[in-house]
Design a protein around this ligand. Structure first.
Ligand code: ATP
Length: 355
């Protein structure tokens, strides 16, 4: 009971397939993050769930009941959007209470009790009489959060609510949002393009690209088992290296590449894309190295060195090293891969399952 289900939902906007056959289920008490690049369809999906758009196909169910045909007000959702949608003519108290008052049915003193309680939890207790126009971005964000919190909504939706905040405030605000979510014990859907935000907050992440869900899994699984090359390139910083190679027995081979693979891949064409994380690379002796090439550039980070080089056929590879190498652009370089090697089909770009 209590789950939010999106079933085969599609939406065209301006001749463009903004959302394309999307399905997922958010269990009650689960924080489900939709992560994707700009234009991938994240906001449209949220607008479909809250009723600002109608789907061309598919259904949206909450607690097993169809909601995609209901007007927004009847869906009983708590929402926090990027621009917060606060009313400038009302003070903080009025903004927090607005959703409850406009819905009707609750006595005035109960509304007042909830407003004071939510404001207290979010550090707004002293600001109830202030105009929202005089508040900082972080304070406005907390008013929007308090407004969602006072409602007994059946599900909560967040559309990039932290994008106007500076990094320090964002960190704090993340915790506020997770705390509200945990208290409500309802399904929550949170949209962001920021993977560190997604990884810090999510129970499950759906990665979106071009209107489609590419993978739904835990943050750890996105890193350890990306479903396809899009997810492999998108998740992690720097992202996974992807090198086209030919299968030759237990080795994936290309010019400057001889990567031993753990299993025989079921790739009909005999070609694969080999994937390995930049952090799994170790300097090696040239003669026996899995990868060799020429350094393009070297970046000194706070705690690590990032080396970019090209293999013999021009594929760019990135290595993240704990100890600095005395190298620079144009130098020869060689590495072994000390970690899991992922394999992808070069035609479908899907991960090749373990044999
Ligand atoms: N009203 C509209 N008319 C026409 N096209 C639209 C409309 N709204 C969105 N689109 C298009 O649909 C696609 C998905 O847009 P959407 O806003 O859902 O993406 P998003 O992932 O939320 O992006 P962002 O992170 O930039 O907000 C985009 O290509 C966008 O240009």
């Amino acid at each position: 009971m209590g789950e939010l289900e999106v079933r085969g939902v599609s939406k065209r906007l301006g001749g463009h397939q903004a959302v394309d056959d999307v399905s997922f289920t958010v269990a009650t008490g689960e924080l489900f993050v939709i992560l994707g690049t700009s234009g991938s369809g994240k906001s449209t999906l949220l607008r479909l769930i809250c009723g600002l758009e109608r789907p061309d196909a598919g259904q949206i169910l909450l607690d097993g009941r169809e909601i995609h045909t209901l007007p927004p007000r009847q869906r009983n959702l708590g929402m926090v959007f990027q621009d917060y949608g606060l009313y400038p003519a009302m003070d903080v108290r009025g903004n927090i209470a607005y959703g409850l008052e406009s819905r009707g049915g609750l006595p005035k003193d109960e509304i007042q009790r909830r407003v004071v309680e939510a404001a207290g939890k979010l550090g707004l207790g002293e600001m109830l009489g202030r105009s929202t126009q005089d508040l900082s971005g972080g304070e406005q964000q907390r008013v929007a959060l308090a407004r969602a919190m006072v409602k007994d909504a059946d599900a909560y939706l967040f559309d990039e609510p932290l994008s106007n905040l500076d990094p320090k405030l964002r960190h704090h605000a993340r915790r506020d949002i997770v705390a509200v979510h945990r208290e409500k014990k309802r399904p929550s859907v949170y949209v962001t393009h920021d993977q560190s935000e997604a990884f810090a907050m999510a129970d499950l992440v759906a990665v979106m690209s071009h209107g489609r869900v590419q993978q739904v899994s835990t943050p750890d699984e996105l890193l350890s088992a990306p479903a396809n090359t899009f997810v492999a390139r998108f998740v992690g910083s720097p992202p996974m290296n992807l090198v086209p190679a030919a299968l030759d027995g237990g080795v994936a081979r290309a010019s400057g590449v001889e990567v031993p693979i753990e299993r025989v891949a079921r790739s009909g064409s005999g070609r694969v894309i080999v994937g390995f994380r930049p952090e799994s690379m170790r300097p090696a002796h040239t003669a026996s190295a899995a990868l060799s090439g020429t350094v393009v550039d070297v970046e000194e980070g706070f705690v690590e060195q990032i080396v970019r080089f090209t293999t013999g056929d021009g594929t760019e590879v990135t290595a993240v090293l704990e100890d600095d190498l005395p190298i620079g652009p144009g130098d020869p370089v060689a590495f072994d891969v000390d970690g899991h090697v992922h394999l992808f089909d070069p035609v479908t770009e899907q991960a090749i399952p373990r044999a």
